[in-house]
Design a protein around this ligand. Structure first.
Ligand SMILES: O=C(O)c1ccccc1N[C@@H]1O[C@H](COP(=O)(O)O)[C@@H](O)[C@H]1O
Length: 203
């Protein structure tokens, strides 16, 4: 079954809602973004959260080793590396790493999947920020040769209306959404629930 990550948590209410609605992962964005929170803010949310076994993820773009380690010390389960981090850097977080690439990355799929990460995520091309654009990429044009579906995570412009098709095109292990479950820049409970329900229905 495809797992779901709801990203861009900014309040305890958002995080608890996503957990209760059946998310498998929730994410906090520590990189420059309209959803950026500090590691301490995420820590305070985690302190109040009834996790129910849901995995928590800190999203960084080119962090220092100290920053990424501090996020894990605050209780996050995974670090999502959304920048230009090297395999050697990611190796330091083995067992707790998600490595993201833009869909127009020059890396081959083999090079991506050689990264020592639990999931290899493909997102839309970078815009103002390194992620969270709310735009999808051309799924049909994306070369799927060499994708390891058991470790493949899909992101970029996913929403309740297109997640069924996205899963049928890629059969990913994980789907990751931020913008597509928001209204007026805030997480929208109805969209969060509908996104998760639609994933579970097709996978
Ligand atoms: O969500 C963000 O704002 C963000 C900012 C910088 C790096 C990563 C970010 N989030 C990740 O972006 C993708 C796609 O998001 P969207 O659904 O298109 O808005 C996803 O992997 C988020 O984890």
């Amino acid at each position: 079954m495809t797992k779901v990550k709801i990203c861009g948590m900014q309040t305890l209410e958002d995080a608890q809602y996503a957990v209760d609605a059946g998310a498998d992962f929730i994410g906090f964005v520590f990189a420059p973004s309209k959803r950026q929170v500090t590691i301490d803010e995420a820590g305070r949310i985690l302190d109040g959260l009834d996790k129910k076994g849901v995995k928590t993820v800190g999203v960084f773009v080119n962090p220092s080793m100290e920053e990424a380690r501090r996020a894990l010390e605050k209780g996050l389960d995974y670090i999502q590396f959304h920048g230009d981090e090297t395999p050697g850097f990611v190796e330091n977080f083995k067992g707790q790493a998600i490595k993201a690439f833009p869909s127009n990355s020059e890396f081959t799929n083999k090079e991506k999947f050689d990264y020592p990460a639990e999931y290899i995520l493909v997102d839309s091309p970078r815009k103002e920020y390194y992620g969270g654009s709310g735009s999808s990429f051309d799924w049909e044009a994306f070369d799927q040769e060499g994708l390891d579906r058991a470790r493949f995570a899909l992101a970029g412009g996913l929403k309740p209306e297109n997640i069924g098709e996205a899963i049928s095109v890629f059969e990913p292990a994980l789907v990751d959404v931020s913008s597509g479950v928001e209204s007026d820049g805030m997480k929208d409970p109805e969209k969060v629930s509908r996104f998760i329900k639609n994933v579970k229905e097709v996978s």
